[in-house]
Structures are given as C-alpha cells and as structure tokens.
Design a protein around this ligand. Structure first.
Ligand SMILES: [Zn+2]
Length: 387
C-alpha cells in the first residue's frame, strides 16, 4: 500500500490572482522580511483583500528556521485564529508555515513530534496555501518540513502527509527577480530531488514520470534562467520544474545526497541546494559502482546516447557535473573554502547526522559508516577514491 499526495496546484502567469477567489475570514501570512521588502507580501494581501479576507503578517522566518521561531509563530496564530495560513517565500518560509499550522491546530504537540507516525487531524481550524518565490525547493508541493535545532547544530526532517498544503500557487512572476546564484542553487535542488526521487528504493510508477520530466526541464531551462534571468519562458519552466520535482520526490523519497547535504549544511551553513547538488554526482557514482544503472533511464530520457546502461549512467553523472560547472556552482567541499582540518574535525558529527537523516533509508546503495566517510572525503576534493 502506498500513497500519492498533491496539493491543488494553480500554476502559470497570473496564478497569484487565484487568491482573490478563496473563501474565508482571516489569513496569516508567514514569510520573511525580504518578501515584505520586495512587496510580495503586499501583493498577497491585496489579492486576499479582494476576497474580503483580513490579513496579518509574520515576517520573522529566518533561513533554516528554528524550532523557537515556529513555536513563537504558532502562539501568534492561536491568538489571531486564522482560517487560512499562507506560507510565502522560499523553502524556509513555507516549511515554517507548515509546522506552525500543525502546532496551531495541535497545541499539545511539540514541533519535533510532527511525524508521519502521528495522526494530526489538521484542517479543522485552518487550511494552508503555499506560494513559492524560488524555483526548486519544491516545498510548495511537499509535506516535508526542515527545521533547525541551533542548540544541537542539526537539521530536523519533520512532516506528515497531513502537512501538505491545500493549495499551492506556482506563479513564475514571483521568482522572476531571483539573482543568478539563488536561481542556480534552487534549480540544482530541483535536479537533485528529481534524480534522487527517480533512483530511490521507494520509487514507484506514480512518481517516476514526474521525476523524469523535472530532470529534463532543469537541463533544458536552468542554464538560460541562470544566464538570462529575464527570459520568461526559462523562468516559467523552471518554476514548474521545482514543483514537479517536489511532487516526484515527496511521493518517492530523496536519498544519500540529501542525507549528506542536510548534515553538511547544518554544520557549515551552506545553502541547501548547493549542498545537496554538490554531493549528488558522488552519490550517483557510489550507487553506479555497484551496478545500479537506473540512472540510465534518465540519461536516455534527456537524450544522452551512450551504448548500454553503464555508459549512459556515466554520461548522466558527467552531464550533472557539466551543468553544475556551467552554473559556477561548487562541485567540491574544498571549493567552498572549508579547510581540510575543519572538515576532519566535523567528520564524526557529519557521519552521525547523515546516518540519522530520514532521507538515507531509500538510498539506492546503502553505505556503511566507513563508506560514508569515504564519500564525504571524495566530495572534499574530488580525488578518485576506491569504493
Ligand atoms: Zn532538497
């Protein structure tokens, strides 16, 4: 038995105006200070005002939102009693909105208790709208929640199928002003979701097509969106790709690159998309070295024409590296300026947190601790390593 979950998705030019058709009384917009500064919060408020929905804004979500922020937000929600919660921004704002929604409806829960094993009974007080202003986290279309626990310097992977938005707005206009670095980081996150979602051991017939399509969209449109941010078609297709990859992986699973990326990002504060895409080709090689050539399907789908599955797999891994280099992204840990000694000092924690990350369970090849350490070192400088 398995499930396929998706919010209602309103996408394309003008999608934001669909907010004016909602029915409700009060909406709490969960976002960050930049979204207010860019005028996006006002755009959302204006649409909701047309629907006679009163609004209030919580603009205190920080990157890598903490448990404390979520708890504080949930208290404000309980005082305001909204019937809509709107998560507006990148993955951080939308994830914070999901967690605050859960704690608003279930004050008895602790934030780290938002898990697939717990019946939450959400939706009695409010519904959730997610509006993405970046193209790639997929958070608008997924129920996953990543929060940080600053005391323990680690990231928490939370969420349950119930923390899926009721409605996701995928309007490319909101992502059209992203600077190139953010475009690349978030777009490569989408690529990692799609490739990992396709290769994960939890893959299934419902998620496969979404993952393939998302990989193809990223290869075709991310270089243009990065180099020519005013290219409307590239922006729109990448905005779609982010949501499609989100749907793909949340109905399958991510795997090793996300486990390593979460662990590394939590320790060294590197943006999520940069981390997971940095580790991606190494983890693909790791799986391929034991004869996992499922990546060959992706290679063929995007038009790589090697002879046989092994060659196609190697071609895809090379294509991922070429794409990342073309986007001036980091393909080694050393290129981020992290000294070898600091990395070595953190290695025990990196391994612990990666091994305990929820995403590791669906890896196409499960590493033992020694192999995981080798992989972390391989990604340090890219010097070939035997595994
Ligand atoms: Zn991701």
């Amino acid at each position: 038995m398995w499930f396929f979950n998706s919010p209602e998705i309103c996408f394309g030019e003008g999608a934001l105006s669909y907010l004016a058709q909602l029915h409700g009384t009060r909406a709490y917009i969960v976002t960050d200070a930049q979204m207010v500064q860019f005028g996006f919060a006002d755009l959302v408020k204006a649409q909701l005002a047309e629907a006679d929905i009163e609004t209030r804004v919580f603009a205190e979500v920080e990157p890598e939102p903490s448990l404390d922020t979520v708890r504080r937000g949930a208290e404000l929600l309980r005082a305001y009693e909204p019937d809509w919660i709107v998560g507006l921004g990148g993955g951080s704002a939308m994830d914070a909105a999901k967690a605050m929604w859960a704690l608003y409806e279930r004050p008895d829960l602790s934030a780290d208790g938002i898990s697939p094993l717990e019946y939450l009974g959400l939706g009695k007080k409010a519904r959730l709208v997610t509006i993405s202003t970046t193209s790639g986290t997929g958070a608008e279309a997924t129920w996953g929640i990543v929060l940080s626990d600053p005391q323990e310097k680690r990231k928490l992977g939370l969420g349950s199928r119930e923390t899926l938005a009721t409605l996701a707005i995928v309007d490319p206009a909101l992502a059209s002003k992203m600077p190139p670095r953010l475009t690349a980081d978030t777009g490569l996150d989408a690529l990692t979701h799609a490739i990992e979602g396709y290769a994960a051991t939890w893959r299934n017939d419902f998620s496969d097509g979404l993952c393939l399509k998302a990989v193809d969209l990223v290869f075709k449109h991310l270089p243009t969106a990065y180099a020519h941010g005013d290219d409307a078609e590239a922006r729109e297709r990448m905005h779609n790709a982010g949501a499609i990859a989100g749907l793909g992986f949340i109905n399958s699973m991510c795997s090793l690159a996300h486990a390593m990326g979460h662990s590394f990002g939590g320790a060294f504060h590197v943006p999520h998309g940069r981390c997971v895409s940095l580790f991606l080709p190494y983890t693909m090689e790791f799986a391929a070295n034991r004869g996992n050539y499922r990546y060959a399907d992706i290679a063929r789908f995007i038009g790589l024409d090697g002879l046989g599955a092994e060659q196609q797999t190697r071609q895809l891994i090379a294509a991922v590296r070429d794409l990342e280099n073309g986007l001036d992204s980091n393909t080694t840990v050393a290129s981020l300026g992290i000294p070898r000694a600091d990395y070595a000092a953190a290695m025990g924690t990196l391994l612990d947190h990666a091994e305990n990350d929820t995403q590791i369970v669906a890896s196409p090849r499960q590493p033992d601790r020694a192999e995981l350490e080798k992989l972390f070192w391989y990604a340090y400088d890219g010097k070939p390593i035997d595994f």
